[in-house]
Design a protein around this ligand. Structure first.
Ligand code: 13P
Length: 249
């Protein structure tokens, strides 16, 4: 049985003090042990976040990393650097990285491989844009994203992959996918994985939904059969909202 996961992607928000305050305002005792809770603060606060969450059940992940092991890549952070501060999970392929930093599925495939080499867990984001949804090509778009970036992985490597379907038109817009739209896409994704790998891989992979998840809509989305939780942006910056969303999982 897949465990539910609720992950907060803080994006480029919160200074050092705000990071500590938000973590301290999250009360892990209120979270069911059936849910994995994760937060992704900025790189500069990962060490602090790791220290502050050690007694609780909150897992800390990075928002990005470079595909290379080391070298002349000014401003970049490697998997080995993350590993050395105890971070063993990373978000890859967020639509903002794809849109603003030209991250392609081919480049992401390399990042995923590097992360897995370091035994890191990957929250892999993907999803269609509004014009693609309107044109009815959303299934094809998602299929290509997954096939290019992930379908050369071995079946055993999938134990380290968490998928996050984030339709770009729903991110930060207040317009969320309906529970039916989320379920339809998640079932499609699970079917794709089942046709490429064995059923066990498809049944085992957690598929999160992301895009304007709020306390008011979380339970209707999370209760769908193939939705295993959410990747939360704006609402993860408020301890009460994030807690309410975790309690909906
Ligand atoms: P919002 O929840 O703010 O729409 O952001 C979703 C997201 O991008 C999470 O990675």
């Amino acid at each position: 049985m897949r465990k539910k996961i609720v992950a907060g992607n803080w994006k480029m928000n919160n200074n050092k003090r705000e990071t500590a305050e938000l973590i301290q305002a999250l009360k892990p005792l209120n979270f069911s042990t059936d849910v994995r809770v994760m937060i992704a603060p900025a790189f500069t606060h990962l060490v602090q976040a790791e220290e502050l969450t050690q007694v609780g059940r909150i897992e800390v992940l990075a928002q990005n990393m470079n595909a290379s092991e080391s070298g002349a890549f000014t401003g970049e952070i490697s998997a080995g650097m993350l590993h050395s501060i105890g971070i063993n999970k990373v978000i890859l392929g967020h639509s903002e990285r794809r849109a603003y930093y030209n991250e392609t599925d081919v480049a992401l495939k390399q990042k995923v491989e590097t992360a897995l080499t370091h035994d890191m867990e990957v929250v892999f984001c993907f999803g269609e844009e509004l014009d693609q949804r309107k044109a009815g090509t959303h299934f094809e778009v998602v299929q290509t994203q997954l096939e290019t970036a992930l379908f050369d992985l071995s079946a055993s490597q999938w134990s380290k992959i968490i998928l996050a379907y984030e339709p770009v038109w729903a991110i930060g817009t207040g317009e969320t996918a309906s529970p039916d739209q989320a379920q339809e896409m998640h079932a499609f994704i699970r079917g794709l994985i089942a046709s490429k790998y064995i059923q066990e891989v498809s049944d085992g992979v957690s598929i999160l939904y992301g895009g304007s998840v709020k306390p008011a809509n979380a339970s209707s989305i999370f209760s769908q059969a193939d939705v295993d939780g959410g990747l939360i942006g704006g609402a993860a910056l408020n301890a009460d909202d994030f807690t309410a969303i975790i309690q909906s999982a």
